[in-house]
Design a protein around this ligand. Structure first.
Ligand code: NAD
Length: 728
């Protein structure tokens, strides 16, 4: 174990250097922490050592705790988690007290954190326990506590220390929102003490160690008469802060994310007791969050498995397919976005539309986004110029010469797409891969228009392209492994997250979203209070209720999809009741947000006001309303059962993709870790019970899939059954 090294110089300053050899970024493991503990003991015990510099051998300080370690902690049970966390507190507290006399608070050894770059999670909690934090002036560095984003909270004293250092109000953005800061902003916010030129970092740290006085080592909370900045809970100002914070958390999380509530409880309760008791409280709440299945499911889907997919977990083993020159056909909303993210990632792009004006308009979208980035200080003029210079807007297919990947984003019309496919085939070589961004048309049938169906694939982006991180790659019947690898390598280049699915109606994401929207609309037709539908969805962690979602995506698009689906399915089409509502809305010109009128009302500026009260004239609210749980089960099962069927039918081949794709693609209740994780949390037996009941009361669309019944019969779960072969 060499995660930390130790050296003492001629002036008696010990330097402990963090440098995890196998990784490009330091992460903390259990063994690493034990080693650090022993090195601190050594420095404190050695009378020749005057003080300690804690630094990193890498350009950054640390990325945080190894999430694999955290994800596995739950298996050990609550007591083991609590004991482990208390051991961590013990070590950090030892650093903080640094051998000083507990009564006189004299005689401690100064310990300074010298951080060259990014310091996240435990990588900032550790410096927080030191007596001074000095950071190199490195504008790219990020400092902070992002744990809440993963479904946990800072559990190595970060919560208690930062709340006491800054006060609950000022600490809130860093603790509750995981806000990260560059060194200068971190200094301004009081997160760190000093920012120095990178080349001076260690010299300045040493200078501080050699000149620090006893009083410099005593933390405010260890001083007599400490008062929490901004007021503790029973102080009038503190009271206001905590009442506001509770309301804010409930508003933002709808009560479904355990971590934010636990964090606030740890701060509130901790503020009422002495520091060491506060650490024990923090450890108890942290244990409770880790024992909640939501946190491990979130870590598994949002970090471990998301990263595995990004690194090519399902990439066919063929040679590197990095894209050098990309052709984008259709410079509308999607094509323009695809051109932007690609050029931004350093890929040369030829952007084609049927008129030069349309092509130029598509390129102008990139200029707009870059200008916005410049206004926010995120983009330099040089970056803007470089990105724009990579995009050639034209009508000339000859410009596609040399493109190794084409993404087609023209109108959703098979004839238009076929025409474009043939034109591209004529203009490009046999090795060029052709991808369609269709959202609904089967890939295998579109590939019939291609002279090279093995090179034909679906690359389905989500709108808006620059913001949505999921890309759904669709393998047609004839699609080659090389085409899949090309799509995956391209998605890696543009730094998005891929899932790979097989060809079927609506692929994966839309297959699950459409029944969600439809179930909401169906309830309106049945006389369920629209506010109940919308709030039930939000209270179970969906970012948008189904009615708001259809307003955002547009009601006429819903009509178009319904008509096409009905034409394809004939008598088997199940959604007549939904269409009655949709078609009536569309006929009335209520097309959703874009027409300033839909299931919601909007003011003249397009701001959403509230549910449209005219709905009740046509679909009166029934006297008897269903209970909240039934509405939630209908909305969740509508999506989740499609995910299970997609797995049963081989559209999905990896449950990790089903879970990650659902959260990134349409915001499926992230607290649950995704549809399969949610089913594992409630258990297959309970899921079967819910489906059987819904089938009896609401119809065959809730029929329990055989796979789910089988899992229930065998006491199995999705991750336990599919984990050994595929999933983490
Ligand atoms: P859009 O109408 O904004 O853009 C289509 C563009 O294609 C227009 O600029 C049009 O001039 C151009 N075009 C049409 N025929 C052409 C031809 N023969 N040659 C060259 N250019 C031609 O549409 P969009 O929303 O960008 O959708 C494009 C594709 O992406 C569709 O297949 C759609 O289903 C799919 N898609 C859309 C979304 C979405 O949310 N809008 C999401 C995923 C996928």
């Amino acid at each position: 174990m060499t995660d930390f090294t130790y050296a003492v110089d001629a002036d008696g300053v010990a330097t402990i250097t963090w440098d995890v050899k196998a990784k490009s970024m330091n992460v903390m493991s259990t063994a690493g922490f034990e080693l650090l503990d022993s090195l601190i003991d050594r420095a404190l015990a050695d009378s020749a050592v005057k003080g300690v510099i804690l630094t990193s051998g890498k350009k950054d300080f640390a990325g945080g705790m190894d999430l694999n370690v955290i994800a596995q902690m739950r298996a050990g049970g609550a007591q083991a988690i609590f004991d482990g966390v208390m051991q961590m507190h013990h070590v950090l507290r030892k650093i903080e007290r640094a051998g000083m006399d507990p009564k006189t608070k004299k005689g401690g050894k100064p310990i300074v954190a010298a951080i060259p770059g990014t310091a996240l999670g435990i990588g900032y909690e550790l410096p927080l326990s030191c007596h001074r934090i000095i950071a190199a002036d490195n504008p790219k560095a990020k400092i902070g506590l992002p744990e809440i984003m993963v479904g946990i909270f800072p559990g190595a004293g970060g919560t208690t220390r930062l709340a006491r250092k800054l006060g609950a109000m000022m600490a809130a953005p860093f603790l509750l929102e995981g806000k990260l800061s560059d060194p200068k902003s971190a200094k301004a916010a009081g997160l760190i003490d000093e920012v120095v030129p990178p080349e001076d970092l260690l010299a300045r740290a040493k200078d501080w160690v050699l000149t620090a006085k006893d009083a410099d080592l005593v933390k405010p909370w260890d001083d007599k008469g400490y008062k929490m900045p901004g007021g503790a809970p029973y102080h009038p100002a503190g009271f206001m802060t905590f009442v506001g914070a509770s309301a804010m958390i409930m508003g933002k999380t709808m009560g479904v994310y355990p971590a934010a509530r636990a964090l606030l409880s740890a701060v509130y309760e901790g503020a009422l007791v002495p520091f060491d008791a506060a650490l024990r409280i923090e450890a108890r709440w942290f244990t409770s969050v880790l024992m909640n299945p939501s946190s491990s499911a979130m870590i598994r889907s949002l970090f471990i498995n998301k990263e595995a997919l990004e690194k090519g977990a399902n990439r066919p083993k063929v040679a590197d397919q990095t894209v050098r020159k990309l052709g984008v056909i259709g410079a509308g909303m999607m094509g323009a976005g695809i051109a932007y993210v690609s050029a931004n990632a350093g890929i040369d792009v030829v952007l084609i539309d049927s008129t030069q004006e349309a092509a130029d308009r598509g390129k102008a979208h990139s200029a707009d986004l870059l200008d916005k980035g410049m206004k926010r200080g995120k983009v330099t003029q040089a970056k803007k110029d470089e990105t724009l210079s990579r995009i050639t807007a034209t009508t000339d297919y000859a410009a596609l010469n040399g493109c190794d990947l084409i993404v087609e984003a023209v109108f959703e019309d098979p004839k238009v797409k076929a025409d474009v496919t043939a034109k591209v085939d004529a203009a490009t070589g046999a090795a060029t891969i052709f991808a369609t961004n269709t959202s609904t048309l089967p890939i295998t049938s579109l590939s019939k228009a291609s002279a090279r169906p093995a090179n034909f694939i679906g690359i389905h982006f989500f709108s808006p392209v620059d913001k949505m991180n999921l890309v759904e790659i669709i393998r047609g019947k004839d699609t080659s492994d090389t085409a899949v690898a090309k799509a995956l390598d391209y998605v890696r280049q543009i730094r998005k997250t891929p899932i790979v699915v097989n060809d079927a109606r609506f692929f994966y994401a839309n297959r699950c979203i459409i029944p969600y929207i439809n179930e909401g609309i169906r309830m309106v037709a049945e006389g369920v209070e629209p506010a109940l539908v919308e709030n039930a969805a939000k209270l179970v962690g969906m970012p948008l209720g189904p009615l708001q979602l259809v307003d955002e995506t547009s009601i006429d698009l819903g009509v178009k999809i319904a008509k096409a689906t009905k034409a394809a399915m004939g008598d088997a089409y199940p959604d007549g009741a939904v269409d009655d509502v949709l078609f009536w809305m569309a006929d009335a010109g209520r097309l959703g947000k874009k027409s300033n009128a839909g299931f919601y009302s909007y003011d003249a500026t397009g701001k959403r006001e509230g549910l449209w009260d005219g709905l009740a004239a046509k679909y009166p609210v029934a006297a008897e309303q269903p209970d909240l749980t039934t509405v939630q089960h209908r909305l969740l099962m509508a999506q989740v059962l499609e995910a299970v069927r997609a797995l049963e039918q081989g559209v999905l081949t990896d449950i990790r993709e089903g879970d990650v794709g659902a959260i990134l693609g349409w915001g499926f209740a992230p607290w649950s870790g995704g549809p399969f994780s949610w089913l594992d949390i409630i258990g297959a037996a309970r899921a079967v019970e819910i489906c059987d009941r819904l089938t009896a009361s609401h119809g065959a669309r809730f029929t329990t899939p055989d796979l789910l019944r089988d899992l229930a019969a065998k006491g199995d779960g999705f991750y336990s059954r599919y984990a050994p072969a595929k999933a983490a």
